[in-house]
Write a protein that binds this ligand. Structure first.
Ligand code: PA5
Length: 435
């Protein structure tokens, strides 16, 4: 049974069944490329079989290290940027209480993120916050040379060493990096840090189901075995070449068709604040994978109903180059009911006894209909619940779909050459040797 279902009825007047079916042969070819490793970027297809290859020993290794970290710290810092941070942040916020750092997370540490920017104020504020707490950190970088995360790691390493000494720091620093290359790997070897490996054939933005995403999530108290079971279910469901049995490929195909019809921006619209970082993870996955060779859907996101009071105007009546994908949660963990007021001064008694879920659902249905009427093609990915199982399936769904859309559009969805341009300029301006 799938925990996800794709509802495309609001696309019918924009994309016909015939147009979708006509693309099945091309989907078959792209699927073959992914399966046999004959397509572009085939050195980076390791993500596709991570769930089925996930072993008990890897799970035990991650959870036992996470347990020992949880037992010695009350603040845990994840240091990384891009694919080395967005997946764990997405997973932790998807599965945790909205205010878990304030309320404590099942006896585990508060979780913070560093090195995803170079803001002095952000990092200084973070250091103020963790001053006096017991700290551990996980620095994550596949290349081991990324400037943002390397700077944050330097600062935090110095702070931890001052507090616990070099030997004490060794128990508190966990490194996730390449198996053999990079400055971070050399440092970890030299100082004897506990290390997790990012497989060579898995790129940054496809790495959430490796220790890159799994270890921080385990420290946050998330059941990573259940998450990988959901991902494994995703691998089974979304590795089927037939679009009528594979929602990920169906989604990829309609995205491609809409793009060809001039709908060049996709808006991922959520109705749950817990999905905020999932949308950020998706934007990186889609943006870095598809945006190249002067092509690609521009991925953006909004959080409804909040953004209906800001971006809603643009979406309803602005330039018609957009389509929308709603992420809808079918059932909240807890139900709140609207109370009845004696005098009904606010006129809300017509909703007395209704749950917030019911109102949120009607907001989605009303929005989807209004946007369709406003010529915004839209579809909905319904998600059963906020469980690790569903989350694992979501991660795999989008990885498959984005890889397929990239192939349908003729680009390599597994490289990111454009990311180097700002770095070269920045290094030159900073006077880095060799630039
Ligand atoms: O998807 C990618 O490859 C990038 O977004 C990287 O994850 C990001 O640039 C961080 O790189 P690294 O893990 O090498 O520090």
């Amino acid at each position: 049974m799938s925990n996800l279902s794709l509802d495309c009825k609001n696309l019918k007047s924009f994309v016909s069944d015939q147009e979708v079916n006509d693309l099945q042969p091309q989907v078959n070819l792209c699927h073959d490329g992914l399966k046999r490793g004959t397509g572009k970027g085939s050195d980076y297809l390791g993500w596709s079989s991570l769930p089925s290859e996930f072993s008990d020993s890897v799970a035990a290794d991650i959870t036992s290290t996470a347990d020992s970290i949880r037992s010695i710290c009350d603040a845990f810092i994840v240091v990384g940027i891009g694919g080395s941070y967005l997946g764990s942040r997405a997973g932790i916020s998807y599965l945790s209480s909205s205010f878990s750092n304030q309320f404590g997370r099942q006896g585990g540490p508060e979780i913070y993120f560093a090195g995803q920017n170079i803001s002095s104020d952000y990092h200084a504020d973070l250091f103020d916050l963790i001053e006096g707490r017991d700290i551990c950190l996980n620095v994550i970088s596949k290349s081991g040379t990324t400037t943002e995360s390397a700077i944050a790691f330097r600062l935090l390493k110095e702070m931890i060493e001052k507090k616990y000494g070099t030997d004490g720091a060794r128990d508190r620093i966990v490194v996730t990096t390449d198996s053999s290359r990079g400055a971070l790997k050399s440092l970890a070897d030299e100082l004897g840090y506990r290390t997790f490996v990012i497989p060579d054939d898995v790129g940054g933005r496809y790495s959430v189901l490796t220790p890159v995403g799994l270890f921080p999530m385990a420290v946050a108290g998330i059941d990573i075995r259940e998450l990988m079971e959901g991902a494994s279910q995703g691998e089974t469901l979304y590795s089927n070449p037939s679009m009528d049995q594979n929602d990920a490929y169906y989604y990829a195909t309609v995205r491609h068709l809409l793009y060809q019809k001039g709908k060049t921006t996709e808006i991922l619209a959520t109705f749950q604040p817990a999905f905020h970082y999932l949308a950020d993870w998706w934007k990186q996955l889609a943006g870095e994978s598809e945006g190249k060779d002067l092509k690609g859907i521009f991925p953006s996101s909004v959080e409804f109903t909040s953004d209906l009071h800001s971006m809603g105007q643009w979406i309803q009546e602005g330039k018609r180059n957009i389509f929308e994908t709603f992420l809808v949660l079918e059932s909240s963990r807890r139900q709140l009911k609207i109370p009845a007021f004696k005098n009904d001064a606010d006129g809300l008694n017509y909703l007395a006894g209704e749950t917030l879920d019911t109102v949120n659902e009607k907001a989605w249905l009303g929005t989807a209909c209004a946007h369709k009427e406003g010529s915004v093609p839209n579809m909905t990915l319904k998600i059963k619940d906020r469980s690790p199982y569903s989350l694992g399936q979501i991660f795999y769904f989008f990885e498959r779909a984005v890889a397929m859309t990239g192939y349908l559009n003729g680009v390599n969805p597994f490289d990111q050459p454009g990311v180097e341009f700002y770095k070269k300029n920045m290094f030159k301006l900073l006077g880095k040797p060799g630039f």
